[in-house]
Design a protein around this ligand. Sequence first.
Ligand code: FCB
Length: 421
Amino acid sequence: MSFLYGAATAAYQVEGAWEADGKGASIWDAFVRVPGAIETGETGDVACDHYNRWPEDVALMAELGLDAYRFSVSWPRVLPDGVGRVNAEGLAFYDRLVDGLLEADIRPFLTLYHWDLPLALGHWGADGVDDAFAEYAQLLGERLGDRVHDWITLNEPEVAAFAGHYRGVHAPGLRDFPLALRAADSMLRAHAKAVEALPSTANIGVALNLSPCEGDEQAARLADGYLNRWFLDAVSGRGYPTDMEEWYGDAAPDPLPPMPELGFIGVNYYYRRVVRDAPRPLGWEQITPPDAELTEMGWEVHPDGLRDILLRVAREYAPRALYVTENGVALPRGLEDQRRVRYLDAHLAAVEEARAAGAPVEGYFVWTLLDNFEWSFGTSMRFGLVEVDFETLTRTIRSSGRHYGRRIEARRHAGSRQGHR
Ligand code: FCB
């Protein structure tokens, strides 16, 4: 089975050019202007200026030897009001990017929604947002479907819904648990409609942030139900898990419509959840295990969790294919990032173990290609294979990027000896 090595980014985190070409405002353009919302006081107005520097970035991907690149489209760049009027210049940008990738022999994986909802639509859960998403999916399918085969509807609906509508730390900055459940529900309904609106030949998946949950028994079950089963059951057509519907009581949404079958499930993995009992609405809270190795984000490094979650999804949900759609680490700035080299090797070994035990994992995307605008942390968190100097916007490949490139190269040689790639 062929295996793709890639890297991932998201529009708001890299593009900049926030009002360059007739783009409409997104909820993130508004949120970053709320005093105190971003720790560093920055905005993503410029970010990596990828909108203008994309040829250099595609050249970097080619230099690393990437097989695939996962990026997202900014919905308000192509539909400034979320529906209706199309911004031809915005669409043309994605045309150029896709053509540039294909010329460099890099397979595009296109994410429709990586958190930058058109501001005009308000928030997920508001009337009409799911139909607007289907219209947007159809537009992109018609425009890019001849060249883009692989599509991801949503990125991490759990984070978008709960960080944005319950914890208030992401756009749109709301703090209302029942509303967050409705937001997640409307994303899942929108996902179903978007799958139907995309070309029937497309390979379509969704990227879920998943983690093994351990600790106090009830807390671990609730955390697993909230984070993993809620979304996996939903996109697999099983409806919402009954125990969680009971736990949420009146706030639980109506039953879901039938769900379209997917080509793959994307797994974004960063850390496991070690939890203990806590009050409602969640019933659990996360704790840091003693002796944990932590990253700049305060996230525990735990590669076995990636193997375990891949095997579990394969066993319990039998997806046609799995991709690791994100995995990576924030470290202090510097070009010699041996810790990132070790992190990537350990997690790629975990993927190998999962594959050897039968999980149909077909690719792995490092988060991320370039240091970028890490949401509420601004540019302070550096996840890149490539370092970005945010004063000059100069890009420099880190030792981890070189290492990843050598791994891809070594696989190519091994593959060609066996007569396939
Ligand atoms: C994920 C997001 C991605 C990035 C990484 C660090 O939750 O999908 O955009 O912020 O975390």
